[in-house]
Design a protein around this ligand. Structure first.
Ligand SMILES: NC(=O)c1ccc[n+]([C@@H]2O[C@H](COP(=O)([O-])OP(=O)(O)OC[C@H]3O[C@@H](n4cnc5c(N)ncnc54)[C@H](OP(=O)(O)O)[C@@H]3O)[C@@H](O)[C@H]2O)c1
Length: 260
């Protein structure tokens, strides 16, 4: 039997755009109650309103910077005042910064990628676990990437960070074995969100080129997958799920209908 999501609390990090915002709407449509976090609170407010429209009985939001332990702990202290049991934790906040080679890499970009994609997951999970009931059906779902499975030029640190996310997910699954809490990773390929805009520091033209002539995944494709993972029967754990657009056969093998 499916794990019902209705009236269950779902915490989504990085809910201000892309996968996180789409997941808020998708879990809302299942009747889940939402705790949303990100740095852009104005955007969270909008996403919360959209999620309520799709059916979320509650959609609460609070500023969250996963690179800061204090911010994570403040967020969880706020959450503890609102809820007793957290059913689903989605560690989605993250992204890539720059596409420099190792030789040309910048400390600030390296640090941002490790802080969000690796340490952010660790901080959020450590802080949120006391809110998670040790019974069947609860889930921690981390967002990885195809970049955690295969390297590419200019992607050394992002690939390392997402490979780190994958190993953290695997270790955590073993640590929580016997609690009933499920642990998995959803690892997308090319998806058109704000990801490339962030990677290329606001250069919209450069960001657009990433998806030129091909059909990328949408944020909704991944949101739908996250709902599916969380709603499997309580004895089923989706360990690792790689989701790519059909046009992306491998990290470098992309079918483009038009030249870039
Ligand atoms: N799009 C892709 O092709 C793709 C493929 C594989 C994996 N991913 C991964 O999917 C996840 C979501 O990315 P997306 O594609 O949806 O990109 P996006 O639209 O740029 O969303 C990224 C989200 O992360 C949040 N975030 C970034 N830094 C944060 C911080 N320090 N503290 C809290 N929140 C932070 C952003 O919110 P604020 O800026 O408001 O804080 C935003 O809500 C990321 O982990 C990314 O690495 C993306």
């Amino acid at each position: 039997m499916k794990t019902p999501l209705k009236d269950k609390w779902v915490l989504i990090t990085g809910a201000s755009s892309g996968f996180g915002a789409a997941a808020a709407r998708a879990f809302g449509a299942e009747g889940a109650k939402l705790l949303l976090g990100a740095r852009r609170v104005d955007r969270l407010k909008k996403v919360a309103a959209e999620a309520r429209q799709t059916g979320a009985p509650e959609a609460l939001f609070h500023e969250l910077d996963v690179t800061k332990t204090f911010s994570v702990e403040t967020f969880i202290a706020w959450a503890k005042q609102k809820i007793q049991n957290l059913h689903v934790l989605i560690n989605n906040a993250g992204g890539a910064h720059g596409l420099d080679t190792v030789a040309g890499g910048k400390d600030a970009d390296w640090e941002a990628m490790i802080q969000t994609n690796v340490l952010g997951i660790l901080r959020m999970t450590r802080a949120a676990l006391p809110l998670m009931p040790p019974d069947a059906g609860a889930s921690i779902i981390n967002i990885g990437s195809v970049a955690g499975h295969a390297a590419y030029e200019g992607g050394a640190v992002y690939c390392a960070a997402k490979a780190g996310e994958l190993q953290i997910t695997r270790a955590l699954r073993m640590e929580l074995n016997g609690t009933g809490i499920r642990v998995g990773t959803v690892d997308p390929g090319l998806a058109e969100t704000e990801f490339s805009l962030v990677r290329f520091k606001g250069n919209a033209e450069q960001a657009k080129k990433v998806y030129a002539g091909m059909n990328p995944l949408t944020a909704e494709d991944i949101a739908e997958t996250l709902v599916w993972v969380a709603s499997r029967p309580p004895h089923v754990n989706i360990d690792e799920l790689l989701v790519k657009p059909v046009d992306q056969a491998a990290i470098h093998k992309i079918y483009r209908r038009t030249a870039r």
